[in-house]
Design a protein around this ligand. Structure first.
Ligand code: 1AG
Length: 135
């Protein structure tokens, strides 16, 4: 059983969010705002249901899912696309594949050195984020 990702996490580093946002087609003015944000991640689990909240002073992005069950994801407030998404465990990594208009899109979360790691990828661009636990 992988280490629990549940809790509240505060961003420490955010590498190549710019490249990832360009791959998603986000306009310059929104990118400039987004790059300055210190995101928080809140991950909760109730029985077999997960909720992941990405919070910031500008926008929030919240969605929920069950492991191994495909769901309809709408990336509201982000690039506003519809995806068929599925989240699975691959060893200690929580991995999501987001099928839709954008090719090779998804993300992976894992714990390393008590930090929460996240890779977000889309069409050859990878954004790498690290969070420290705050609760
Ligand atoms: C996600 O996390 C994405 C979370 O699914 C947001 C991370 C980076 C921003 C992504 C795309 C940028 C698009 C538009 C910029 C506009 C607003 C930025 C607001 C940022 C805070 C919401 C994967 C995983 C599960 O943690 O959520």
């Amino acid at each position: 059983m992988p280490a629990s990702l549940c809790g509240t996490w505060e961003m420490l580093s955010n590498i190549n969010l710019e490249g990832y946002m360009i791959a998603l087609g986000i306009g310059l003015s929104t990118r400039k705002i987004a790059l300055r944000l210190k995101q928080r991640k809140v991950i909760e689990q109730v029985r077999d249901k997960y909720v992941i909240k990405t919070l910031s002073t500008f926008r929030n992005y919240v969605f929920s899912f069950r492991m191994d069950e495909e769901f309809d994801e709408f990336t509201k407030g982000l690039d506003e696309r519809h995806c068929k998404s599925v989240v699975t465990w691959e060893g200690n990594r929580m991995v999501c594949i987001q099928k839709g208009e954008k090719k090779n899109r998804g993300w992976a979360h894992w714990i390393e050195d008590d930090k929460l790691h996240l890779e977000l990828y889309c069409e050859g661009q990878t954004c790498k984020q690290v969070f420290k636990r705050v609760a």
